[in-house]
Write a protein that binds this ligand. Structure first.
Ligand code: NZQ
Ligand code: ZN
Length: 391
């Protein structure tokens, strides 16, 4: 087991009707004026916005609103949010939505508290030194941003989508009511299931194997997501299924599933280029295409680990004489599961033409400035090979 630092400081308010406590929670921290940040309208259509506004205004909180966050959130709206936050002097950014809204809120919070243009932080040219606090009311189980240190923004001038990890991105609190996810459609539910699995798998299928407790936590998160994900897809209003997915989403990405080992989220890096270049692509759907291809490219570097995944998560039978067969059975089971919940597993299903592969691979290396570590060093050629396996 490697040494580690574990920090998951977000206070979680989990359960039915918790969004109606938003006002008392915000007031309890002493905030009087906040920005409520939300997306393209789902929270208005399903009544959640009204319930949250009632709760905030009844608690005497002054609310400045900024809606309109798009999936794959954009830097231009972040800049508008920073200007508004400075002009109005809000003390907290409260995100009401999924990963895109939360990430946009995180970027506004950091951008408001620092002088530099926020794009410089994502380009790793400057480092943030402070941030306004962020609270979240989660409406979609997927990205894990409600507890993570990460924030992913698309620069809508260059169409580069870049992540930035920083402890300034850890939300102060997150309100999680699984009932708020009843209106999430089949497609976004599927995308969320894949993303939660991928946050776990990218920390599990690594070079080092020696961290039994972390492995077992990861395997149970994966099994839980598969079991309850199927139920949520068939019955979107099943509270237990929505609740299991929601908590799994937070645990999969708050650092717990990586303790004691090094990891690098290679499929995420490739996928961010896909949903950066092709803004219509949902993050989880992009991952469902990249992951099986990456597995086929990578599994030979650690057959034992892929076989362990197949046996412990998918109940495949261990073939001791030919463990490679077991490893491949696990990859196949994953791909079949993704397809069974309506996810694409090929680039063509995302309408991404073969001719884009070279540019996607080049962009993933930040135009030749980096390689991706993991099972070997992946440069442009290796990434092309991976993407070709997704054709
Ligand atoms: O915009 P509205 O109208 O609210 O609709 C959204 C959006 O169209 C809808 N939705 C959300 N809650 C709903 C709902 N529809 C009905 N009922 C509800 N209760 O769902 C659509 C997708 O929302 P989005 O927030 O984009 O999805 P997700 O939570 O999957 O977030 C994806 C973003 O997070 C990033 C991704 O790259 C992507 O940009 N990630 C962030 C991470 C982090 N910060 O830690 C880690 C992840 O790996 C990921 O990269
Ligand atoms: Zn993800």
């Amino acid at each position: 087991m490697n040494d580690f630092v574990f920090c998951a400081p977000t206070k979680v308010f989990f359960g039915k009707d918790t969004h109606k406590q938003a006002g008392s929670i915000v007031a309890g921290y002493g905030f009087k004026k906040i920005m409520l940040h939300f997306g393209g309208g789902s929270v208005k259509r399903n009544g959640v916005y009204d319930a949250v506004m009632d709760s905030l205004t009844s608690a005497g909180i002054e609310v400045v609103e900024l809606g309109g966050v798009e999936p794959n959130p954009k830097m231009s709206l972040v800049r508008r949010g920073i200007a508004l936050a400075r002009e109005t002097g809000v003390q907290l950014i409260l995100a009401l939505g999924g990963g895109s809204v939360i990430d946009s809120a995180k970027a506004i919070a950091v951008g408001t508290a620092n002088e530099e243009d926020p794009a410089l932080f994502f380009a790793k040219v400057a480092e943030p030194k402070a941030a306004l606090p962020v609270g979240t009311i989660l409406t979609l189980s997927a990205a894990g941003s409600e507890m993570s240190n990460s924030c992913v923004i698309t620069n809508d001038e260059t169409w580069e989508k870049r992540g930035l990890g920083s402890d300034f991105h850890r939300p102060l609190f997150s309100i999680m009511n699984p009932e708020l996810t009843y209106t999430v459609d089949r497609w976004q539910t599927g995308c969320g299931i894949v993303d939660i699995m991928m946050h776990t798998l990218e920390r599990y299928l690594t070079k080092e194997s020696e961290m039994a407790l972390t492995d077992r936590i990861a395997e149970s998160i994966l099994k839980t997501v598969v079991e309850y994900g199927r139920i949520a897809i068939d019955n979107p209003r099943d509270y237990e299924a929505r609740a299991q997915l929601m908590w799994a989403g937070s645990l999969s990405h708050n650092g717990l599933t990586a303790l004691g080992r090094d990891y690098f989220m290679c499929c995420h890096q490739i996928e961010h280029e896909i949903s950066g270049m092709f803004d219509r692509v949902s993050h989880g759907a992009g991952l469902a295409v990249v992951f099986p291809a990456w597995c086929k490219f990578a599994y030979k570097h650690n057959i034992h680990r892929f076989a362990q995944y197949a046996v412990n998560v998918w109940n495949c039978e261990m073939n001791f004489a030919e463990p490679e067969k077991t490893a491949l059975a696990g990859i196949r089971a994953t791909e079949e599961f993704f397809a069974s919940i309506g996810m694409p597993t090929r680039l063509s299903q995302l309408d991404i033409p073969e001719e884009s592969i070279e540019e996607l691979a080049w962009n993933t290396t930040f135009k030749g400035k980096r390689t991706l570590p993991g099972y070997g060093e992946y440069g442009k050629d290796e990434i092309i090979e991976i993407l070709r396996l997704a054709l």
